[in-house]
Design a protein around this ligand. Structure first.
Ligand SMILES: Cc1cc2nc3c(=O)[nH]c(=O)nc-3n(C[C@H](O)[C@H](O)[C@H](O)COP(=O)(O)OP(=O)(O)OC[C@H]3O[C@@H](n4cnc5c(N)ncnc54)[C@H](O)[C@@H]3O)c2cc1C
Length: 497
């Protein structure tokens, strides 16, 4: 990759976005693809996390790769900050553009090439995750990372967030499935990162770009690794009368050395929401928790894994353990899990979903703390999460128009995050930092680590115009600037009187 390194000064305040910029962008993409009226921009003032509303200055929706390049070059010429956006399903406020230009990539939906022999596909960034798996299904292949939002979220958004999903326990998260990226830097330069063969020469620039949350530029096209469909799959539902017993079963299953394709936990509050919705999956509503466990691979041997898992669940206190009889039952069990957040939409007008990771062995302890935090703050906290990865998703249904309840939700989120970090965990498993978790970065990163992140970002975007104000708290970048000039002054020696 090539890049000219610019000054490390913090981004200067963006010039006000005026009608003439809208006209220049409309000349590239057409009038209908530029939105600037406040009422039109409302849709883009949040992502799937309802806690934040930040209206873009304007929104532009290019339809081809050339249009994206022309738009970004115009924004570079005009020194205007911008925010890439895929489907807006992010849960950390990452795609919000506070007065900046929102560049929507959801019209770039072409699967450019599929290479079934080499198990790769090259796609535009707006391709929806599930659509990619559908496109390659005739070859007996699929794209393994499967966020529960896969029916809507885009591969570009997945790359930016290093998205995970239920099957990432066995198959790895997004970064393990991205071979190459053509990236459009904020200055309008196009760079190729990685290679279709998966070999990296020199630094792993794909690894660097994946998870950069739109702060390094736009993923223009993406070459992904495809995965062969397994010969056989078994899906097991085990239900428990205590959350603690279910959590202990998770640790025991992984300790056997079996790596399930997925190992998900759904607690009672979530089960009840799912069962009361159109996504009802047949989960027992009186259970304290259910585990959805999947094993896959060669047919021979799978029954042995199923028997081992059944026996561990039973000895951990499972009330019932059942194996899906056919594909229809399996699909139904998964639908309940994947649509759980949607089902919770019936309970309350708003839902916040937290994302943190704890060592698997700490699950019982942390889940108990989460329960107590909810009780103390009089909030309904439900849990549905990737238990095999120790990736918790406590979620709270609330009314964002109630200031007192909203304040208690924020207090709970903070307390939950603290509990996870205290247990040796970290502040995100898959949803990224965005703006929501800026406040927690200091819990796990030293000022030096944050400064290193700022320096890395400056390689791609020295003017900090791409998704400004995300991932690294502003004060950290400023501290770094202060520290840097102090170091430079020190290197020059004492001032001459
Ligand atoms: C119901 C539900 C379930 C979910 N389940 C999961 C889950 O299981 N696992 C998981 O990981 N996440 C999950 N998510 C979160 C979300 O779907 C993922 O983070 C997803 O990757 C976001 O994709 P998107 O296209 O919606 O991106 P957006 O929300 O539009 O953007 C997310 C970030 O990506 C950047 N971005 C978008 N496109 C590009 C691009 N082409 N180039 C550079 N940057 C870009 C944006 O600037 C922003 O920072 C869930 C969300 C919901 C609502």
């Amino acid at each position: 990759m090539t890049s000219s390194r610019g000054a490390l000064a913090p981004a200067s305040p963006p010039p006000a976005i005026d009608r003439s910029l809208a006209d220049r962008l409309a000349a590239i993409v057409g009038d209908k693809r530029v939105l600037f009226r406040p009422s039109e921009l409302l849709t883009y003032a949040s992502d799937a996390l309802p806690s934040y509303h930040k209206q873009p200055g304007l929104a532009v929706f290019p339809g081809t790769r050339d249009e994206v390049v022309a738009v970004v070059r115009e924004l570079a010429r005009s020194n205007v900050p911008f925010v890439p956006r895929g489907a807006g399903t992010g849960l950390s406020g990452g795609a919000l553009a506070d007065g900046a230009v929102l560049v929507g990539l959801n019209r770039l939906t072409r699967v450019i090439a599929v290479d079934p022999e080499n198990l790769t596909a090259t796609v535009e960034p707006g391709v929806v995750n599930a659509a990619l798996s559908r496109a390659v299904a005739p070859h007996g292949l699929h794209y393994a990372p499967d966020p529960s939002s896969q029916a809507a979220c885009t591969i570009g958004g997945n790359v930016a967030e290093n998205a995970g999903g239920p099957h990432c326990l066995k198959y790895g998260v997004t970064t393990n499935h991205i071979l190459a990226i053509t990236a459009l830097l904020p200055n309008g330069e196009i760079v190729s990162l990685g290679s279709a063969s998966g070999e990296t020469d020199g630094y792993d620039m794909v690894g660097c770009f994946v998870g950069s949350e739109g702060c390094f530029g736009i993923a223009l096209d993406i070459t992904v690794r495809l995965t062969r469909n397994p010969e056989a799959v078994r899906t097991i539902l085990a239900d428990f009368l205590s959350l603690d017993a279910a959590a202990r079963a998770v640790t025991s299953i992984v300790a056997t050395g079996i790596i399930p394709a997925a190992l998900e936990m759904i607690d009672q509050a979530t089960i009840r929401a799912v069962e009361a919705s159109i996504y009802a999956a047949g989960y027992p509503t009186d259970a304290a928790a259910a585990l959805l466990i999947e094993v896959d691979g060669a047919d021979a041997g799978l029954e042995r894994d199923v028997a081992t898992i059944e026996s561990i669940c039973n000895s951990s206190g499972a009330r019932t353990v059942r194996v899906a009889r056919d594909e229809a039952e399996r699909a139904r069990l998964w639908q309940g899990r994947k649509k759980a957040f949607g089902a919770m939409g019936r309970i309350s007008s708003h839902l916040v979903v937290q994302d943190a990771v704890v060592p698997r062995t700490k699950l019982p302890e942390v889940l108990d703390k989460v329960r107590r935090i909810g009780e103390d703050l009089r909030l309904r906290v439900a849990n549905v999460f990737h238990a095999g990865d120790g990736n918790l998703h406590p979620n709270i249904a609330y009314d964002a128009n109630d200031p007192d309840e909203s304040a208690r939700v924020q207090t709970a989120m903070h307390a939950i995050m603290r509990a996870c970090v205290d247990a040796g965990g970290t502040i995100t498993g898959e949803h990224g930092i965005g703006i929501d978790k800026l406040q927690y970065m200091d819990l796990i990163f030293s000022p030096d680590s944050l400064a290193a992140m700022c320096s890395l970002r400056d390689v791609f975007d020295p003017d900090r115009r791409s998704n400004p104000g995300k991932v690294v708290p502003m004060h950290s970048c400023r501290e770094w600037h202060g520290a840097r000039s102090a170091r430079q002054d020190a290197a020059k020696g004492p001032p001459v009187a």
